[in-house]
Design a protein around this ligand. Sequence first.
Ligand code: PRX
Length: 661
Amino acid sequence: MSGTTTQGPQETRIFAPSAAFAAQAAVAGMDAYNALCAEAAADYEGFWARLAKEHLDWQTPFTRTLNEDNAPFYQWFEDGKLNVSYNCLDRNLQNGNADKTAIIFEADDGTATHVSYRQLHEKVCKFANGLKARGIKKGDRVIIYMSMSVEGVAAMQACARIGATHSVVFGGFSAKSLQERIIDAGAVAVITADEQLRGGKRLPLKAIVDEALGLGGCDSVKDVIVYRRTGGDIAFKAGRDLWLHELVDGQSADCEPEWVEAEHPLFILYTSGSTGTPKGVQHASGGYLLWAALTMKWSFDIKPSDVYWCTADIGWVTGHSYIAYGPTAVGATQVVFEGIPTYPHAGRFWETVAKHKVSIFYTAPTAIRSLIKASDVDPKVHPKNFDLSSLRLLGSVGEPINPEAWMWYYTQVGGEKCPIVDTFWQTETGGHMITPLPGATPMVPGSCTLPLPGIMTAIVDESGQDVPNGQGGILVVKRPWPSMIRTIWNNPERFKTSYFPEELGGKMYLAGDGAIRNKDTGYFTITGRIDDVLNVSGHRMGTMEIESALVANPLVAEAAVVGKPDDTTGESICAFVVLKQARPTGDEAKKLALELRNWVAKEIGPIAKPKEIRFGDNLPKTRSGKIMRRLLRVLAKGESITQDVSTLENPAILEQLKETS
Ligand code: PRX
C-alpha cells in the first residue's frame, strides 16, 4: 500500500479486484461492465425489458417498457402485473429455498433466531390476512413505526402482499414528526411495537404513537397494531389498539397475493429537502423491485451461499431496498440486527460477523469512523481480535467515505482481500446509482467510481451543459430509470420543481449533490449537497426543518442552521440563534443551549439535535434582510472570514458569533 492521502478526485491509489473475485463475479471484469453499458446505450428500453423479464416473476407480462408521455411522471412496465411479496417469498418456496434461512435475527442482547423462507412466508401471510380482516386493502396507507425486527420486515412484506402502501417512519423520530407523516399519508393504520431495545435500553414506541395520535388530525387511523417486543407497560385504547399476536392468531397461512400494476405505489418514504416539510417520496412496485434485486447481484455479487448483513434501519431507504426487499427477492440469508454498534462493546459488529460467518457487510462511513476511534481507545475491540475470514465483500453507503476510513475498512476489516463498494444513491433513486462493481471496477478510496449499467449520470453546469472531466458541477441523471421516484405524495408540483427544474431543461433528474469526475479515469467523486440539506451520520436533514423547530420555541426570535464538518459524523448541526430576550452568556447560555437542543429532539427527533448552539444579538444579514449563510458556515468551522462582507448590514455581529456557548 502506498500513495498519498489526498482526498477527492486527486486520489491516486488504485486497488483492482483480485483475479479470484473477478473470476466468480456476476459482472466479471470491465469488459463485461462495458458490454452492459453498450447494450443499454444501443437499446435502452430493450435493455431494461430484458432485465425485468429475467429478474422478476410477472403474473401478467408487460408489453410496454417505458411510457414518457407524461414526463417527468415516467411509467415503467405499466401494463404488467406482479406482487412484490410473491417475488420475495413465494418464489423462494418454489425454487428450493423454503428451508433456507431468510433472516438471522441478532437481538440487542445477543440472542440469535433463525427464520426460514417458509417461516417468513407463513408469518407474512398471516400478517397480511390479519390486515385484511381489519378491512385494510389495496391502496390504503399504513404507517410502520417499528424497531429492527423480523416483524418489521414482515409488516412491510404483508402490506406489499395486499397492495397496501406502507410508509415506514424511523423509530427515532418524535411524536410530532410521526403525526405529520400520518396526516400527510392519510394512513388508516399504524403498526408499532410496545418498546424497542437498543444498547440495553428500552425506548418507547407505542407511547409515542399515542402521543402522535393525541396531537390531533389523525382521524384516518382506525387501527394501531402492536408487536409485543419487551412486554413493557403500555396504554391500550379499546377499539383502536390490538396486539399483533392476537390479530394473526387463527389466520390462515395462505394469502393469495394482490396482483398489482407495476406502477402501484409500494411505499412512501419521507425524506428531507432544502425547503418545507419532509417530502413523501413515492416508489412504484415493478421498477423498484427490479433494481433492488438486480443491484444485489451486480453491486453485492450475492451468491446462494452468502451471509449478508446490512446494518441500516428499516426506517431509511437502505433498510427498504437492502433489507426488506432486495435480499429476499434474491433468496439471500441475511442478518437483521436490533442493536447498536457499541453495545455491549464497540467490537459488536466484528463479533457478529464472526458469529454468523457474514460474507457481505454493508455499513455507513460514520459507523466505521466511530469504530476506528473506539479501537484506538480500547485495542480489544479492534477488528484484528475477531475472526473476519468469512468476509468477501464490504460496502459503504449514505455519505462520502474519506480515504482514511476507506483504507482502514479495506485493510483492517477486509484484510486487503475484499472489494469495497462505495455505493452512491438516494431515497429518490430507490437503489444504487454510482458504485464500483466488485469483480470489475478498480477502486479508488473516496470515489464511488462509475454509474451502474443503464444509469445515465452526468455532471452539468447551472444551465444544464455538460462540464468536462476535472471540473466540478451538478450531478444529474439524463434518462429515467426503473427504480426512480415516481412523485412526491400529495405534491406532484413539488416533484417537478425539486427534481426536474426548468433551468436544467425539465428533463434531467437533479440529484441535489455536487460531483466531479477524475480527468483520467472519469471516476465520480461526490462533493456534497448543493442545497440546504445536511448529512449527519448518513442521516439526511433539512436546515429549514431544524430552523422551524427552533423558532417554534417561545424563547427564540430567529435561527439559522448550517452544517459543520465533523470527524466522526461527517457533518454536525450548528445553530445560530437570536433569542427574544437579551443574548445569554456563560452558564445561562449553556443552560439555554441545552434546553433548545432538547426542544429540537422533541420536535423532530434526537437525530436532529444541534451539536452546537451559538447565541447572537442578530444574524449576519444583507441590507435586504437576507441571512448570509455562507458566512455562518465559515464561522461554524472556526475559520476567519476572508470573504467580502461589504454587502453586510451588521458586520460587527460576526465577531460575536465566533464564540461557542
Ligand atoms: O448526499 C448524498 C449522500 O446521501 C444523500 C442521500 O441521502 P438519503 O436519501 O437519506 O439516502 C441515503 C442512503 C442511500 C445523497 O444525496 N450519499 C449517499 N451515499 C453516498 C452519499 N454521498 C457520498 N457517497 C456515497 N456513497
